[in-house]
Design a binder for this molecule. Structure first.
Ligand code: B4P
Length: 193
């Protein structure tokens, strides 16, 4: 199995690059953002709880997202590998993910971390908000709160994987194709080992 984490602040291109990576590497895409949004669309109790946090730019409680990922792993026993997009976002989520993968006798192979300046992130998300219908993308205050939440709780997750030499930083500004080529180069290096 090859298990990849695509990491970075909100708007850094995780969702955009994930679409291309799953098509090329035959990985099962697990995006906690997408899973939460589909719970909201279906108006489930979990979705209603999550929406309160997401609309304020805050992270959804760990137990909610860990439970979602655990079910998604169970639901895909034949996957050749997973691409985790937007997960883990806290140290507790990273530890839980390691334990879940251990049960499947596998582990994270690589974390690719996209680096993008704050002004570029705000610009991209406000632009997406014009058409996405996502309430967390239309208000600059909420976007800045998401970025602050990233620095407070999420950025340290990269340090957790750095201890195991699993992190590669990638410049997340430039064309989508250039960034995809940089990500692919790192995956190819590890996959051929
Ligand atoms: P997510 O759905 O994970 O989304 P995101 O961080 O907003 O964005 P992403 O990084 O995927 O965006 P994309 O870049 O592709 O999270 C939403 C919310 O859900 C969180 O705030 C949180 O509340 C909750 N949540 C999710 N996971 C959680 C977890 N594990 N724990 C707790 N809470 C959780 O793209 C952004 C825009 O940039 C797009 O419009 C795109 O077209 C554009 N773009 C991409 N690449 C570009 C490039 N190279 N140049 C120019 N524009 C580009």
């Amino acid at each position: 199995m090859f298990n990849l984490i695509l990491f970075g602040p909100p708007g850094s291109g995780k969702g955009t690059q994930s679409e291309k990576l799953i098509a090329t590497y035959n990985l099962k895409h697990l995006s906690t953002g997408d899973l939460l949004r589909s719970e909201i669309t279906e108006q489930t109790p979990l979705g209603m709880e999550a929406k309160n946090f997401m609309d304020k730019g805050q992270l959804v409680p760990d137990e909610v997202v860990i439970g979602m990922i655990s079910s998604a792993l169970e639901a895909n026993p034949k996957a050749k590998g997973f691409l985790f997009d937007g997960f883990p976002r806290t140290a507790a989520q990273a530890e839980a993910l390691d334990k879940l993968l251990e049960l499947k006798k596998t582990s994270i192979n690589l974390m690719l971390a996209l680096e993008v300046s704050e002004e570029e992130l705000v610009k991209r998300l406000l632009k997406r908000g014009e058409t996405s219908g996502r309430s967390d993308d239309t208000n600059e205050k909420v976007i800045r709160a998401r970025i602050a939440e990233y620095h407070k709780k999420t950025a340290a997750v990269a340090d957790y994987y750095k201890k195991f030499n699993k992190v590669v930083m990638i410049k997340g500004e430039g064309t989508i194709e250039t960034i995809f080529a940089a990500l692919s180069k790192e995956i190819d290096k590890r996959k051929s080992k």
